[in-house]
Design a protein around this ligand. Structure first.
Ligand code: H76
Length: 480
């Protein structure tokens, strides 16, 4: 009986797939580590100024813009519910037919300055732009591909316009780049023959050229975020992923690279065979947040999550009624939740083919911006606080300032705060508001009074703390 029960539980765990956080490799004791040529280049977080900036930015926007915005999820009269940027694959459209969409690429309403203004108003500190998604269409006039914006009626360098406009607003630009390229005849999913090997060698050279081109044409780029790196042809060539990281870091000092690019000598992705993160930050959290225990316990590294607003639409899809669409408040909660666990959050936008944003996205950007304007202090430059999570919401922290971000106001109007031993709360102030009462109820526990606020808006209370010399400031598991 017991055995059957255990087997059932195991089966449930195994089959629940995505719901179970991916297992982290164990970090081996140093003397048991396997020597690797293409493993992690460093242990622990990068602490240089560029990485700090990446981390302090905390809130970013994703822009998924390419030919897929034209059909918007519909092909030959049929609407596909799958991700719009994958429509070529869902509807089995041959590459030449798909790439013929280039003749229709002419975003007349595109206004880089207006886009940058929108991002600025939303409070994002960086924007990740799809320079080239899986379809292969390049938003810059790449001299290595016939499928670029230069060969469309629009003609101009869209990427260049964006980089300039965002940078002019003080917003960092990150490049999304899909290695997998459906437009390129030399791309292989796996290597089975000598011919495949030769084709893939040419493909790597082509990709290197495009990356060098991006890095030299747009030297203010701060980050490369690689995608489409999950095929055997790439992860079995870990040397190439290590080479790309090195090449970009030589071309752009300080640039950051996501873990998704990387594979080691044995084809291990993200984390090498010794359990160490490759690249500068973990980028496995797509449409989900890390599990604070399973994912973040082993060691602490930088990470960035990204999320769609509907369930799974990155590129523009004409029908958002086909899946649940997160409310602006839900999006906000995920941003705060990410920062409370020590990560960054990137919110996705899929602009229309005409260069405008759909009304839902404009509204979302406004909502987030309004809140960030008032309460951004608890997001930018903030980190995991190391205090036990309470049901009212999330803590973030900047040095000795601890922020309570209250999403669920309790009926009692008292917000419980449990502090680590040796820590005292000496003052509580509502951000943009008044001081509120703090009463010590029992050892290491306080009640913070709720201010009277608009119940529809999460608010923030800043706690000033004092620590005695016995306090050891160490990270604890962020049980959320
Ligand atoms: C799967 C996949 C891709 N990764 C996301 C960030 C989107 O670009 C999606 O198409």
């Amino acid at each position: 009986m017991n055995r059957i029960f255990k087997a059932t539980i195991l089966l449930l765990l195994l089959t629940s797939g995505v719901a179970v956080a991916q297992d982290r490799p164990k970090v081996l004791p140093a003397d048991q580590e396997i020597p690797l040529k293409y493993g992690a280049e460093r242990l622990g977080k990068r602490q240089d100024a560029d990485m700090k900036k990446f981390r302090d930015n905390r809130l970013g926007a994703f822009i998924h813009w390419g030919l897929y915005a034209i059909p918007g999820g519909e092909w030959n009269g049929k609407v596909y519910n799958g991700a719009a940027e994958w429509l070529k694959s869902w509807a089995k459209v041959p590459a030449d037919e798909w790439l013929a969409l280039m003749d229709q690429w002419n975003p007349e309403k595109f206004d880089a300055k207006a886009w940058a203004k929108m991002a600025k108003q939303m409070g994002v500190k960086y924007v990740k732009i799809t320079t080239k998604h899986h379809e292969g269409f390049c938003l810059w006039p790449s001299k290595y591909s016939p499928y670029t914006v230069a060969q469309t009626p629009y003609k101009k360098d869209l990427l260049g316009e964006m980089v300039k406009a965002y940078n002019d607003e003080g917003i960092d630009v990150h490049f999304y780049f899909s290695v997998m390229d459906w437009s390129h005849p030399d791309y292989r999913y796996s290597i089975k023959t000598k011919e495949d090997e030769e084709a893939m060698a040419r493909f790597f050279e082509f990709t290197d050229n495009q990356l060098k081109e991006l890095a030299t044409r747009y030297p203010t780029v701060k980050d490369f975020w690689f995608d489409g790196t999950w095929d055997a042809s790439i992860y079995k060539n870990g040397w190439w992923t290590a080479h790309v990281e090195k090449m970009l870091k030589e071309l752009i000092p300080g640039v950051t690279i996501n873990s998704r690019l990387r594979a080691d000598d044995y084809g291990k992705r993200h984390f090498d065979s010794n359990g160490h993160l490759m690249g500068d930050y973990e980028s496995g959290y797509e449409r989900r947040l890390p599990d604070p225990v399973k994912d973040l316990k082993v060691t602490r590294w930088d990470w960035e999550a990204c999320m769609t607003v509907p369930e799974n639409q990155w590129g523009y899809h004409k029908d958002w009624s086909l899946s649940y669409v997160k409310t602006p408040l839900e999006v906000l909660e995920r941003i705060v939740h990410a920062v409370s666990m020590g990560g960054n959050m990137v919110v996705n936008f899929g602009p229309q083919a005409d260069g405008d944003f759909r009304p839902e996205e404009k509204e979302l950007a406004k909502f987030i911006g309004k809140w960030m304007d008032k309460y951004g202090e608890c997001i930018y430059g903030c980190d995991y606080a190391g205090w036990d999570k309470q049901a009212w919401g999330y803590y973030t922290r900047k040095g000795d300032d601890v922020y309570m971000v209250v999403f669920n106001a309790p009926y009692s109007k008292k917000l419980t705060v449990k502090v680590p031993k040796g820590t005292k709360v000496v003052k509580a102030t509502v951000l943009n508001g008044n001081e509120v009462d703090v009463v010590e109820t029992t050892r290491n526990e306080y009640n913070v009074s709720m201010p009277s606020r608009d119940p529809g808006e999460p608010f923030v209370i800043k706690l000033q703390i004092e620590k005695d010399s016995s306090t050891i400031d160490k990270y604890r598991d962020a049980l959320t």
